[in-house]
Write a protein that binds this ligand. Sequence first.
Ligand code: HEC
Ligand code: HEC
Length: 312
Amino acid sequence: MPDYSNLFVSEFWNWYIIVITVLSIAACFALIIWLGKSPPAKQDEHGNTETMGHTWDGDLQEYNNPLPKWWLNMFYITLYFAIVYLALYPGLGNFQGLLKQDQYVQYNIEMNNAESTYGPMFEEHKNTPVEELVKNQKAVKMGERLFMTYCTVCHGSDAKGSTGFPNLRDNDWLYGSDPKTIEEVISKGKNSAGMVAWKDTLGGDDGVKAVAEYVLSLSNRKDVNAELAAQGKEKFAICSGCHGVDGKGMAALGAPNLTDEIWLYGGKRETVIESIAKGRAGVMPAHGEFLGDAKVHLLAAYVFSLSQTPAK
Ligand code: HEC
Ligand code: HEC
């Protein structure tokens, strides 16, 4: 069983929580006892019950009556409930409760049960190469379900991504399309590196604008200022180390192809300017340790299958 001792609070905070909780409950008791003892409503000489002296909507007044008994008793019930609950279940600092309902142990038991039920189903496909596995509908479906659980927050439920999160359905890849690379990206994660803010290097806003114009020209846009793009072309030498002399990108670095019309961050002129001026640094988190090799393998098969079939 993993060690959860680091999840417990230190001795100081343990007592801090216990003292504050117990004092709060005691204070609630004191308040309710005090309210329960308040004398019956006073009456004036005409036998009318005393009011609080507020008047709303012309004639709406508030009597100064003590709280009704049933109402007070409901408060008592909630307080007794709190005491019983804190005695039985965790809640007072590190005290585990008399029932010893350890949520970490429970979580572990459930996870182990799930692992022994479903683990073998995932393991079964571990040694089948992805190229083979994509032909197995059932395996791809399993990969899809894993994707729905772990990947859609960033890549979208249709796997088409969004700004900064790559579309996994098209055939355009930052890091490469072969199943081994896909599996490695999912397992080890990727930190796109090197696309720093280029504003200063390019000599300020004008330099950025010129290079951006050249970048836009690479995808054969009609609305490009050719003169400005020509100026930018000279400066593109700084960029070609990663994006390639032809701007077609470099998978080893995750540097995107700038000549297709597929943009990770957007192809509007302002957005391209922003990418260049301020830099970009997308992070694909590593999932290998968390999910295990067998699940990562099925995920790779699912992701690979997406680019094999036309987008819906
Ligand atoms: C926290 C957000 C996040 C989550 C969760 C996430 N990804 Fe990613 N993923 C990214 C980002 C961002 C990139 C692009 C990294 C970059 O800009 O270099 C990426 C890149 C990828 C790539 C490479 C795409 C290419 O074009 O080369 C693959 C494959 C991928 N993710 C698959 C997955 C799978 C499968 C999961 C679920 C296990 C997943 N991702 C979960 C953010 C995420
Ligand atoms: C050290 C490598 C490196 C250099 C040099 C570099 N880039 Fe990049 N560039 C990248 C990477 C990696 C990304 C992807 C960032 C991400 O995935 O978050 C990127 C992304 C971009 C994007 C966004 C593309 C999109 O699809 O939205 C543009 C535009 C861009 N670079 C232009 C340039 C220009 C212009 C230069 C030169 C001034 C340059 N880059 C220099 C590595 C580099």
